[in-house]
Design a protein around this ligand. Structure first.
Ligand code: FE2
Ligand code: FE2
Length: 230
């Protein structure tokens, strides 16, 4: 593994800025996806409409924060790459929403995308530039509360949601491993190891499944689904 030690990072080097153009774009696009997904969820869950609109507004604040991180490093985010990076999860969310499958939508946004964001931000914070670190530390606190929203709703509807959660996990978790493989080199050039990202994701996702009500055996099976094939 060719992980660069944090003190050697040169945030103005071409190697760093090239990697950052894609990673920063992914983060910006991820926050945009989250913003749109919570607006859609607010329509699907009228009892929680105002809470979900509040979450969607937090996501667009996050997006603005990360755009300023790119500007600070004089990097132009590669948004086209980021859109294709999220295409699979985007399509699955849209299809589920069109079918009124709220459990699948919550799994994709409130569990998978939030856990993916939390893992990435946790691993990024210790190796970020000072400007981006402060922004990311503020954001990650919000993401934990978004994850909690999904956990609480799914816990309260656990028995009725279980089968759909299993199916949605089977359909979407392999996309996460694919996405992590796609950014492995760029992440390493920013001193973020893929193994650490995978590990942190599995911890967040496993904790979420546990809070929802799955037992240990289910969690092991669900949270590693498709990992070996990746
Ligand atoms: Fe966010
Ligand atoms: Fe979030």
């Amino acid at each position: 593994m060719s992980q660069v030690a944090a003190p050697e990072l040169d945030f103005s080097s071409e190697v760093y800025k090239d990697a950052y153009s894609r990673i920063n774009a992914i983060v910006i696009e991820g926050e945009q996806e989250a913003h749109e997904n919570y607006i859609r969820l607010a329509e699907m869950l009228p009892d929680f409409h105002d809470d979900l609109v509040r979450l969607s507004k937090m996501e667009s604040r996050h997006k603005k924060g990360f755009e300023s991180c790119g500007r600070n490093l004089k990097v132009t985010p590669d948004m086209e790459f980021a859109k294709s990076f999220f295409a699979g999860l985007h399509r699955n969310f849209q299809e589920a929403a069109a079918e009124g499958k709220v459990v699948t939508c919550l799994l994709i946004q409130s569990l998978i995308i939030e856990c993916f964001a939390i893992a990435a931000y946790n691993i990024y914070i210790p190796v970020a530039d000072d400007f981006a670190r402060k922004i990311t530390e503020g954001v990650v606190k919000d993401e934990y509360s978004h994850l909690n929203f999904g956990e609480v709703w799914l816990k309260e509807n656990f028995e009725a949601s279980k089968a759909e959660l299993e199916e949605a996990n089977r359909q979407n978790l392999p996309l996460v491993w694919k996405m992590l493989n796609q950014v492995e080199n760029d992440a390493e050039n920013m001193a973020m190891g893929k193994d650490a990202l995978v590990e942190d994701f599995m911890i967040q996702y496993g904790d979420a499944l546990s809070n929802i009500g799955f037992n240990t055996r289910d969690i092991m099976r669900l949270s590693a689904y498709g990992l070996r094939a990746a």
